[in-house]
Ligand binder design. Structure first.
Ligand code: ADP
Ligand code: ZN
Length: 718
């Protein structure tokens, strides 16, 4: 018997499978989708078995060294899905499979993530007369109970225990355990409101597959998801719930565990062992609901009934390295396979999704009212141009007054520092020199805690120089505003208030998110100050004031989605206010008070924003009116890159007749880790030749040592 094996090398040049002979003495039948160890060019590699066949190839083949798994790691469905992903993204097939799996199950020689066991000790011979006090103590303990965990007994004496084991007086057994435990408490299921009921029925009774649930913040979308899933489970099926960020995984999980058991959670903060355990529980059918971030879309459930993408507009659903897939595309592929329903939920759907819903490609559902019957919070816009003249750069007089008013009333306040397109950096007051990374075309970020400068692209770090490297003056100053600086200012304004800061720096340790959210929920703090990570989804009933310190930094980034992003951010964060009985308000500080994104956010007018923005997209020929594909040409020699980019551009102009070409131009970040990057943007409505032509290009550059070529079919950053 023979089989084709896809080895672990992630490289365009080896993007195919190789044939091996199957040893005849296997103790179990070989399955498709298992991992094997094979000889490959003087090395031993791991790979996945893609196919098994009888026919002897015409050339010499080597034999498999070892079959690693008895059962398929990649099911029939996932094998197929990987092939579709490869077609969509033009990434190597092996990278599509690896991205679906936790580290422990990837094909990778030398990886060891073990199962966790608990070992128990049981008394076999109660008549034995122990020789020492320690042995006696152990036996006494075991006499009254069927078994004790080994850990407890080794505390008494591990040598005494070993002696008893050797004599056969006691025996030990091991049981596989999972690292993560869930506590479920059953709460009473809420009666749906009439609006919610209508939506649920519409989803169930419709034969459509993809739904866009547009529901204002606090309109009870999550409750709809939960009751839909309840029904799905009753039918013997399973559900995937995707959330965009880790902080939301935790909140979502706690809401779900209040009602369901048999839940698994998958996100990047779990240890490799925990991920492995969760994955195995799912695979064994011990789980009905998988909650997680982007990659949870690949959860190996066998009977999916529905897939939910909460906050569907979130950019984190797109993977930024190969394979550059979007979780929404994968959700749709998987739902087709399982005949499942996909629910895309958001208060601010992406323009792409909303446009599709309006054209009935997706089934549009709307929840226009908040559950608590309260109007959406009143939003006040503060013109910071005026405030800056008075010297108030961080906090306007109005915002300070409001913080005081709300905290005096013992309510909680959330403050957002918009970090997009913005960070703390050092510049020279004398010559305006900005400290940049020597390897990347990127401003170094100043970290006050460790007093150093770091590159967020390559990880380069350096201490702060005493003098400006350019003019030698002692004039380097920190111009940007970091959360730390805002926190300091807040402390000086409100020394008596308890302030919790939540950003990338304060949430690096495991479980820190969970703890912070819990602490704020328990009202151990008065103010939550944070970056984008606090904007979405979080549900804190005691928050009555939301303040946005700098609404418009994200308006200034050179990206056609900057207005959309700003509108989404402001709407989302405004939705955090006044979520229970108390009415809430919102205060937005901005230097562009008249900008339409800010004005529509003030009015909570998604449709108004949508119509305005769609006109602009139409005029400029951007998505959703056109598709964009980005081709990146990179290499160590700048000239060579530029030259090849020109050649490619010329070639494409001849081949793709229905496509507009932009560029070639240097990428926004044109140098990373000493590799130069050029880009060409393709703009088209319909281009049937596209995949074929790009695949031809890809083949052409295979093995090229000077330039590398990459594709991104749904580029978010340019
Ligand atoms: P969204 O996901 O749209 O922001 P949620 O599902 O979080 O909204 O609902 C907002 C609040 O209303 C939550 O505290 C939730 O528990 C509550 N809620 C939702 N549906 C109901 C209902 N039918 N009856 C009572 N409370 C509800
Ligand atoms: Zn760098």
């Amino acid at each position: 018997m023979y089989c084709s094996v896809l080895v672990e090398i992630q490289n365009q040049n080896v993007d195919r499978s190789f044939t091996y002979q199957v040893p005849s003495n296997l103790p179990f039948p070989l399955q498709k989708g298992v991992r094997v160890e094979v000889p490959f060019q003087n090395r031993v590699l791991e790979g996945f078995v893609l196919d098994i066949f009888e026919e002897k190839p015409e050339y010499e083949v080597k034999e498999i060294i070892r079959v690693i798994d008895q059962e398929a790691i990649l099911t029939e469905e996932l094998l197929l899905l990987g092939k579709k992903m490869k077609e969509m993204t033009l990434a190597p097939l092996i990278s599509c499979y690896q991205t679906m799996l936790p580290k422990a199950l990837k094909a990778k020689a030398g990886t060891l993530v073990s199962k966790k066991y608990k070992t128990y000790i049981r008394l076999l011979d109660a008549s034995y007369l122990p020789s020492g006090t320690r042995q006696r103590e152990i036996m006494e303990k075991l006499k009254n109970t069927p078994y004790i965990e080994k850990k407890e007994l080794t505390l008494i004496s591990s040598s005494a225990l070993t002696a008893l084991l050797e004599k056969g007086v006691v025996e030990q057994t091991s049981e596989e355990v999972y690292r993560k435990e869930y506590q479920t408490k059953k709460t009473i299921i809420k009666d749906l409101t009439d609006d919610q009921k209508k939506i649920l029925e519409e989803i169930q009774n419709s034969s459509d597959e993809i739904f866009l649930l547009h529901g204002v913040t606090g309109s009870g979308k999550t409750e709809v998801y939960m009751q839909l899933i309840e029904k799905v489970i009753q039918e013997g099926k399973q559900a995937i719930v995707l959330v965009p960020e880790i902080s939301l995984t935790e909140q979502m999980t706690s809401r779900f565990t209040e009602r369901f058991d048999r839940i698994a959670v998958l996100h990047s903060r779990l240890s490799d062992g925990e991920k492995y355990d969760e994955y195995r529980r799912i695979k064994k059918g011990e789980v009905d609901i998988v909650i997680g971030a982007r990659s949870a879309i690949f959860a190996p459930l066998s009977k999916i009934g529905c897939i939910i993408l909460d906050e569907e507009h979130s950019q984190s659903y797109k993977q930024e390295n190969a394979p550059r897939y979007h979780a929404k595309e994968i959700a749709i592929l998987r739902s087709k396979y399982h005949h499942a329903k996909v629910i895309l939920g958001s208060a601010t759907p992406s323009l792409e999704s909303y446009a599709r819903a309006k054209k009935n490609v997706y089934h549009l559902l709307s929840l226009t009212r908040r559950i608590n019957q309260k109007p959406l919070p009143n939003v006040e816009i503060i013109d910071m141009n005026e405030e800056a003249k008075k010297g108030n750069v961080l906090f306007s007089k109005r915002l300070v007054e409001k913080i005081k008013k709300h905290t005096d009333a013992k309510n909680q306040v959330m403050l957002l520092l918009n970090r997009r397109g913005y960070a703390s950096f050092l510049t020279c007051k004398n010559c305006s020199h900005v400290m940049k990374c020597p390897h990347c075309d990127i401003t170094l970020t100043y970290h006050k805690g460790s007093n150093n400068l770091r590159c967020h692209y390559c990880g380069y770090a350096t201490s702060v120089p005493k003098r400006c490297p350019s003019c030698q003056e002692d004039a380097l100053t920190n111009l940007g505003v970091g959360t730390e600086k805002v926190e300091e200012k807040l402390h000086s304004l409100f020394p008596e208030l308890r302030i919790l800061r939540m950003d990338l720096d304060t949430t690096t340790t495991k479980g820190s998110h969970e703890k912070m959210i819990q602490a704020f929920q328990n009202q151990e703090y008065d103010i939550l100050l944070g970056t984008q990570m606090i904007a979405k989804g979080l549900d804190f009933p005691q928050v009555t004031l939301v303040g946005v310190i700098n609404a418009d930094t994200s308006l200034n980034i050179p990206d056609f989605r900057s207005s959309e992003e700003t509108f989404q951010l402001l709407s989302q964060v405004a939705g955090r206010s006044g979520r229970s009985e108390k009415e809430g308000e919102v205060c937005i500080q901005t230097f562009n008070p008249d900008h339409y994104a800010i004005q529509y956010a003030k009015k909570h007018d998604y449709n108004g924003f949508y119509n305005h923005e769609m006109q602009i997209r139409h005029q400029l020929g951007y998505p959703p009116y056109y598709y964009l594909t980005l081709i990146r040409i990179s290499g160590k020699q700048e000239e060579k890159c530029q030259e090849e980019a020109q050649k490619i551009s010329g070639f494409l102009k001849k081949q793709l007749l229905s496509t507009d070409l932009l560029g070639p131009s240097p990428a926004a970040v044109w140098k990373v880790n000493n590799v130069y990057r050029y880009q060409i943007i393709l703009k088209y409505k319909k281009e049937e030749q596209l995949q074929k032509v790009l695949r031809y290009l890809q083949n052409h550059y295979k093995g090229n040592r000077e330039v590398k070529i990459d594709f991104d079919f749904y580029p978010l950053h340019f």
